[in-house]
Design a protein. Structure first.
Length: 73
């Protein structure tokens, strides 16, 4: 499952980031590190961007970027 597949108010643990992701370094800097807990907060009416709560901070990701981050519920 990926971040993009999560439902509102669902929480999970980051399992991996796709090695082909162009913004992998940026995601790591924002706290999307293997083992960190992430919560799906809300999304735009059109489905993108999606807002996540990670380590107490709210981060908005575009859906294509969120689909590159694996998560375990």
């Amino acid at each position: 499952m990926t971040l993009a597949d999560m439902k509102i108010n669902q929480s999970g643990i980051i399992s991996n980031i796709d090695s082909e992701c162009k913004i992998k370094r940026r995601l790591l800097d924002l706290g999307f590190i293997k083992g960190n807990e992430v919560k799906f907060e809300r999304k735009n009416v059109f489905g993108s961007p999606i807002i996540f709560n990670i380590e107490g901070s709210f981060v908005a990701l575009r859906k294509p970027d969120a689909s590159k981050v694996g998560v375990i519920l």
